[in-house]
Design a protein around this ligand. Structure first.
Ligand code: GLU
Length: 305
């Protein structure tokens, strides 16, 4: 199977580059705005430790909101179900940085993957810990899951987002005014932008995702129930207001980030990471989504049978 998959991924990489319909990079974070959109990488981690990849699968990129999956895993490990008193688990139907629903719902964000919800999970992780220790916990989780210590934070990206992140600052202050932020907004925001600025390659991210896919041979860091629940949230909320369309087209739980990364979970079968930094109108990787659709169809991977 790995030889056939390698051939498929190599052809897919060539096709994507020939199409060249890359989308726009996330220039609201100036440091990400400088990235060439014409890039693509894909990596598939298989049961038993196999890894098949193509394109720029060893190039580091900013995982941005994909980090929210792993900070949620850390929070669930720490306080379990209690987190749901502070954040919901419903699709938002709004932009990733929208403030609209937050006002309607009295400061309880719709889910942990929109920015407001991730600010709450990061704030929860900060309980009783300094920002450095909190970031070390999320990084530590990723390194252990990927079995690779060479995963770091790109401080220039964090600084760039901190300097221009007025919407996230508005969300944090709104949460504070509703009594749903324990730390000073600056502390939670500072930790959040550093968490989003973690850099990984597709191969590292696919390896980290094995703990959610519960692949045989992966480190056992999540109970099957937690992995199922994280996957359910990825399916419903992982692509913001494009989540329904992504589920329809691809049929796998997945989380995107504005750095152009997508982590996809085929439970028990594969953990897949795709990167292409040009985004569509929802803030999801344009060519990454296209590649995800092609791969899922080709392999017959879908949680819908
Ligand atoms: N750090 C980004 C922000 O807060 C994450 C958004 C994303 O990746 O979707 O705007």
């Amino acid at each position: 199977m790995t030889d056939a998959l390698k051939t498929f991924l190599t052809d897919l990489d060539l096709d994507i580059r020939a199409q060249g319909d890359w989308g726009q990079v996330a220039d609201y974070i100036p440091e990400l705005g400088r990235i060439d959109p014409a890039q693509f990488g894909i990596a598939v981690a298989l049961p038993g430790g196999g890894m098949v990849s193509a394109g720029q699968a060893r190039q580091r990129f900013s995982i941005q909101s994909v980090s929210k999956v792993f900070s949620l895993a850390c929070v669930l490990g720490r306080i379990g179900e209690q987190i749901w008193t502070r954040v919901g688990r419903e699709p938002s139907g709004q932009r990733f940085d929208s403030i609209l629903a937050l006002e309607h719902e009295n400061g309880r964000p719709r889910n942990p993957f929109i920015n407001a919800g991730a600010l709450v999970t990061t704030d929860e992780l900060l309980t009783g810990r300094a920002p450095k220790e909190t970031l070390a916990e999320t990084l530590g989780f990723l390194r252990a899951a990927a079995e690779d210590d060479d995963i770091h934070i790109d401080k220039a990206v964090a600084r760039s987002e901190a300097a221009t992140g007025h919407r996230n600052a508005a969300l944090a202050h709104y949460l504070k005014s509703c009594d749903n932020l324990r730390n000073p907004p600056e502390i939670t925001l500072g930790t959040y932008v550093h968490q989003c600025a973690i850099e990984m390659t597709c191969e590292q991210l696919a390896r980290a995702g094995r703990v959610i896919a519960q692949l045989p041979g992966a480190p056992r860091m999540l109970t099957p129930l937690k992995a199922r629940r994280i996957s359910a949230l990825m399916m419903m909320c992982g692509h913001y207001d494009g989540s329904g369309d992504f589920a329809f087209r691809v049929g796998l739980p997945a989380k995107s980030g504005v750095g152009g990364g997508i982590l996809l979970i085929a439970p028990g079968q594969a953990s897949i990471a795709i990167w292409s930094p040009g985004l569509d109108g929802y803030g999801n990787s344009r060519m990454g989504s296209h590649a995800a659709e092609r791969l899922a169809h080709h392999m017959g991977w879908s949680v819908f049978g």
